[in-house]
Design a protein around this ligand. Structure first.
Ligand code: MF3
Ligand code: CO
Length: 249
């Protein structure tokens, strides 16, 4: 069952999302060569304490941190570490969520560390564009498959592939609600989008082939071919007259 949110509930989710959006504005200046991903985690820990919110991920299914920091061939769920140091030319995906007044916010984006290759620039731009296109078709009366297909078309059109094993999701009073929001699919299929649905749309796009595997730490997801991967995520509410991105500052 897809839980429909009332306008006041959507407003509460916007406040949670705004906090996440603000985090991304602030974390960007910490992303540079020489910084360990553990330092980004420390910034996130301070951020949640300062704003009196709870990190959404820490403790979730035993996950040990507030952030996921996934470098280069890491797709999602990279665990911040004192020995993983960002280097010029790397890309790093940061995923962060909060719980504020009982509602979840969740977003992700991939940053360039200094100057990156043209191929990596294209991967980042394509993944963000796939998210933008997906939001553009997140309209009442359209179907979930329209969102999925928009992402797949944009990614594959650029010669990249979309991850199959991890998907976006509904979000509300829990981090993961129905429906699953795959990054691949067929237009005109799936549940009809209705005002009050709130979706975390999160394309994960691989430079090479789509298969992924989980490292022995039980969390870090990497591409099987060890080529790079990018990840952008926003929480989007379907409204009567279109949609609203909730995860903006
Ligand atoms: N944005 C991811 C998600 O929606 C982050 C989850 S990380 C986890 O699932 F540690 F909480 F699992
Ligand atoms: Co998510």
């Amino acid at each position: 069952m897809i839980i429909i949110k009332s306008p006041p509930e959507i407003e509460a989710m916007r406040l949670a999302g705004a906090m996440v959006g603000q985090f991304f504005e602030e974390v960007e200046r910490h992303v540079r060569s020489g910084v360990a991903t553990r330092e980004l985690e420390e910034f996130a820990e301070e951020f949640v304490a300062k704003h009196g919110v709870r990190g959404a991920f820490k403790g979730y299914l035993g996950y040990p941190a507030n952030l996921c920091t996934s470098i280069n061939e890491e797709v999602v769920h990279g665990i911040p570490s004192g020995t993983r140091v960002l280097r010029e030319g790397d890309i790093v995906s940061i995923d962060f969520g909060v719980v504020r007044d009982g509602f979840f916010g969740d977003a992700a984006r991939t940053y360039a560390v200094g100057k990156i290759s043209a191929g990596s620039e294209n991967l980042l731009a394509t993944t963000e564009r796939a998210l933008t296109k997906a939001i553009g078709v997140s309209l009442p009366g359209n179907r979930l498959g329209d969102i999925s297909a928009a992402i797949q078309e944009e990614a594959e059109g650029a010669g990249f592939s979309v991850v199959r094993d991890f998907v976006g999701h509904g979000i509300g009073r829990t981090l993961h609600e129905e429906p699953q929001v795959p990054n691949f699919g067929t237009p005109g299929t799936g549940p009809k989008l209705m005002p009050g649905m709130v979706l975390a749309i999160e394309p994960m796009v691989n430079e090479g082939l789509f298969p992924v595997e989980v490292l022995p730490d039980g969390w870090t997801v990497v591409t099987r071919d060890r080529k790079r991967s990018a990840h952008f995520e926003h929480v989007v509410a379907i409204t009567a007259d279109g949609n609203r991105i909730l995860s903006l500052p």
